[in-house]
Design a protein around this ligand. Structure first.
Ligand code: SF4
Length: 62
C-alpha cells in the first residue's frame, strides 16, 4: 500500500512549491516542471496538493 503521485504537466508552472513543502523530497524540477522522482517515498499528507496553485497534483492511494 502506498500513494500514487501524479503531476499534470500541462498545468504545472514549475514554481517548485511542492519541492519546498514535501517532507520526503518526492519532487524534482526537470525541464521546468515538477516530476515525482521519489514517489515511493510519499506519505500521502497532501501538503503538495494544498500549496499547488495550479492544481496540478493528484495523490491517490494504491
Ligand atoms: S502528499 Fe506529502 S509526502 Fe506525498 S508528495 Fe505530497 S507533500 Fe510529499
Amino acid at each position: 500500500m502506498g500513494w500514487d503521485v501524479t503531476v499534470d504537466l500541462d498545468k504545472c508552472t514549475g514554481d517548485a512549491e511542492c519541492v519546498d513543502v514535501c517532507p520526503v523530497e518526492v519532487y524534482e524540477i526537470q525541464n521546468g516542471k515538477a516530476h515525482a522522482v521519489n514517489a515511493e517515498e510519499c506519505l500521502g499528507c497532501e501538503s503538495c496538493v494544498e500549496v499547488c496553485e495550479a492544481g496540478a497534483i493528484t495523490i491517490t492511494e494504491n
